[in-house]
Design a protein around this ligand. Structure first.
Ligand code: PMP
Length: 379
């Protein structure tokens, strides 16, 4: 089996991640923050260690790190907790449905309005200045928030979040970043990039287990809650506490998943982001060069920066291609990858595209084997 679906979730997980989850469940899986006994304290200690590691990795303070179930929950907390009636929002034309649907829903209820800004993934004239100018043209007096993915989940396009963050800061607009495809792949600093809410999965580039993600809030951001419930302190109050992180973490946290995530982040830091980026870029370039020699294939927005590559085959729909590849032992994803906007922007046909997403453990020989399988299927 060769796994090339790391954009959906990373696989395999490092041994340390698996072992720490097991150790947690065997030795210290009390309910964190819900008691003063030794197992509760041990679980809380592990969670705090993970918060500190995340804070250090993304340039924030530990109490600004709030654990969630995944990126989608993190985005919903940020979007619905920060927007008010009458606000205007900007989103990019490459957004995942985890951004598009909450925004579209608020708009369909008449609570907000939104515009989609272009990011020109197909244009040879794509530049930071062009993207920032397009954003500036769409800003209105009531524009409250800009939300964008740092890296696309369909092709290897990334967005210049440092420059977009600076523009938002200058215009007094909240900046929410979907880092589902960039955390653990590209450097991110919430403070330096002027990010007000960074939404991150634990289970993709950070190599953690499924079941946890997080929001990292910017320094002066205060948001409403999406859900309410037990926080482990101020138990006699009818309202959620004002303080982050507990304000946004109603209910029991997934301690084993967070314990595993801690090891995943350690592994990424040990390998080093530069090495991750270099490795994935090399694989992407190799794959691009090989697939370019095959007839009837069109690669979507090739050769930007990340590791993901999608393509369309004129003769075979993407789901049939994925099934053929699965029979030969390759795990890839077909269809629309939960991104109505991205596929519209990339002008993919009715059957969507086939996505190949190598990860840090993918070898160049895996890419070669994938190419040979594709050549076999197409000839
Ligand atoms: N945003 C992007 C860009 C993604 O690629 C994904 C996952 N495919 C998500 C959001 C949603 O992530 P999660 O499954 O962790 O909620």
């Amino acid at each position: 089996m060769i796994y090339l679906d790391n954009a959906a979730t990373s696989f395999p997980k490092p041994r340390g991640v698996i072992e720490e989850q097991m150790r947690c469940m065997r030795q210290y899986c009390g309910n964190p923050g819900r008691g003063a006994h030794r197992l509760s304290l041990a679980a809380a200690e592990k969670i705090y260690a993970c918060r500190e590691l995340i804070a250090d990795t993304f340039g924030a303070s530990a109490e600004r790190v709030c654990f969630t179930q995944n990126t989608t929950t993190a985005l919903n907390i940020a979007i619905k907790g920060l927007l008010c009636e009458g606000d205007h929002v900007l989103i990019s034309d490459m957004e995942h449905n985890a951004v598009y649907r909450p925004v579209a829903r608020l708009a369909s209820e008449g609570r907000i309005t939104y515009d989609v800004f272009p990011t020109f993934p197909l244009s040879p004239d794509r530049s930071t200045a062009r993207i920032c100018t397009a954003i500036a043209h769409l800003i209105r007096p009531n524009t409250k928030m800009l939300i964008c993915a740092h890296a696309s989940n369909i092709c290897s396009a990334t967005l210049p979040i440092k420059e977009i963050g600076a523009l938002c800061h200058k215009k007094g607009i909240l900046f929410v970043v979907d880092a589902a495809q960039s955390a653990g792949h590209l450097p991110i600093d919430v403070t330096k990039m002027r990010i007000d809410a960074l939404c991150v999965p634990g289970h993709k580039g950070l190599l953690g287990p499924q079941g946890c993600g997080f929001v990292v809030w910017g320094e002066d951001v205060s948001a409403d809650t999406l859900i309410e419930g037990g926080s482990g302190f101020h138990s006699l109050d009818a309202q959620m506490p004002e303080e982050a992180p507990e304000r946004f973490e109603a209910g029991t946290l997934p301690t084993p998943a967070i314990a595993g995530l801690c090891e995943g982040i350690r592994e990424v830091r040990e390998i080093g982001l530069e090495a991750v980026e270099r490795h994935e870029r090399e694989l992407n370039e190799r794959l691009f060069a090989m697939l370019s020699t095959l007839p009837d294939l069109c690669i979507c927005a090739p050769l930007h920066r990340g590791s993901i590559l999608s393509f369309v085959c004129d003769r075979i729909p993407s789901d049939r291609l994925a099934a053929e590849l699965d029979r030969r032992g390759f795990c890839v994803r077909a269809g629309f990858h939960c991104s109505a906007l991205g596929h519209r922007t990339l002008q993919t046909p009715d059957g969507g595209a086939l996505r190949v997403s190598p990860g840090i453990y993918t070898k160049s020989t895996d890419i070669d084997a994938f190419f040979h399988a594709m050549r076999e299927i197409l000839t």
